[in-house]
Ligand binder design. Structure first.
Ligand code: HSE
Length: 310
């Protein structure tokens, strides 16, 4: 019988307000469940189930998990074939790294079934190749935290330089997913191609402040730094009631709040699980005032790679 393994793929919050395309953190709920089976013939066969699976292509070239595996097998010059089943627990187009979760879990699984020829860091470029199947660009701020866990800084894309930022024990995440789909490709297309110098300076200052705040566990500085001058001013209009939801989170004692990745999910950071839950409730109630049902998930930052469940 062919060997099968199951791997849990983690959701992630990209940008984290001040780090457009350069910062992301991992969370363990919601998550995807990947089942990989070695085949006796070459090629990748894909089946899907779960949230929004009808909207995702099963063609390996247009599927983030499939594309990531193809990239990995090419690098290894392997013609091993696999059957990949993706059970989506993370709705696609929600903004919490749905495609990255599948891609990261898929390559961790293939690497495991091939006796781990690559390290997690070496797998990252293949996860990024998978991301390009959905976003059109190889951004790493979802797939790097989904693969490595923790809070990740992509200091440079060329050459790739990935740094792990400290994760304070008392830092908690709230994400709220409204019943709405925003395609990452569309949310990137509305952004201007250039930013004024003043805007770049403001974003650079916040990014440096964010990094220092995590090192010093200075949550006041963290909150002051969590302002997005690049994407949020253009993307807020894609999320009905966004400003009110952000204000509700800050009123409920969030350290900071912003659009998760390209949205429509909204995330907040806080200093206790109790506050994370209170903030989630306030955000859900505020979305309701805009006519949107939503779901909140509260957790610590997840510091582990995709888990192999056996
Ligand atoms: N950094 C990416 C973006 C994340 O904002 O477009 C997409 O989830």
């Amino acid at each position: 019988m062919n060997k099968s393994i199951r791997i849990k793929g983690n959701a992630s919050v990209a940008n984290v307000s001040c780090g457009f395309d350069c910062i992301g953190y991992a969370i363990s709920v919601p998550g995807d469940l990947i089942t990989l089976t070695k085949k006796n013939t070459p090629g990748i066969d894909i089946t899907m189930s779960g949230f929004g699976s009808d909207s995702i292509s099963c063609d390996p070239k247009n599927n983030t998990g499939g594309q990531a595996i193809v990239s990995l097998l090419e690098a290894l010059t392997s013609d091993q074939g696999f059957h990949l089943h993706i059970e989506k627990g993370i709705p696609p187009g929600s903004g919490v790294g749905s495609s990255a979760a599948s891609a990261a879990a898929a390559i961790v699984g293939v690497n495991e079934l091939l006796n781990n020829p690559l390290t997690l860091n070496e797998l990252l470029v293949h996860g990024m190749a998978g991301e390009s199947a959905s976003a059109g660009v190889e951004h790493a701020d979802n797939v790097a935290p989904a693969l490595l866990g923790g809070i990740i800084l992509i200091r440079s894309y060329n050459p790739l330089d990935i740094l792990e930022l400290p994760v304070p024990d008392s830092l908690f995440s709230t994400i709220v997913l409204p019943d709405l789909v925003v395609n990452t490709r569309d949310a990137r297309n509305i952004l201007p191609k250039n930013v004024p110098l003043k805007t770049a300076i403001a974003q650079a200052g916040n990014l440096a402040g964010f990094s220092l705040a995590l090192h010093n566990e200075d949550f006041d500085l963290l909150g002051r730094s969590m302002v997005d001058h690049f994407a949020e001013p253009h993307r807020a209009k894609l999320i009905p009631g966004y400003k009110a939801v952000r204000n509700a989170a800050l009123d409920a004692e969030a350290i900071g709040c912003g659009i998760a990745g390209s949205g429509p999910a909204v995330f907040a950071l806080s200093d206790s699980l109790e506050k994370a839950e209170k903030i989630g409730l306030a955000m859900v109630n505020t979305f309701k005032n805009s006519g949107l049902a939503s779901q909140s998930y509260c957790s610590p930052i997840h510091t582990q790679p995709p888990e192999i469940l056996g």
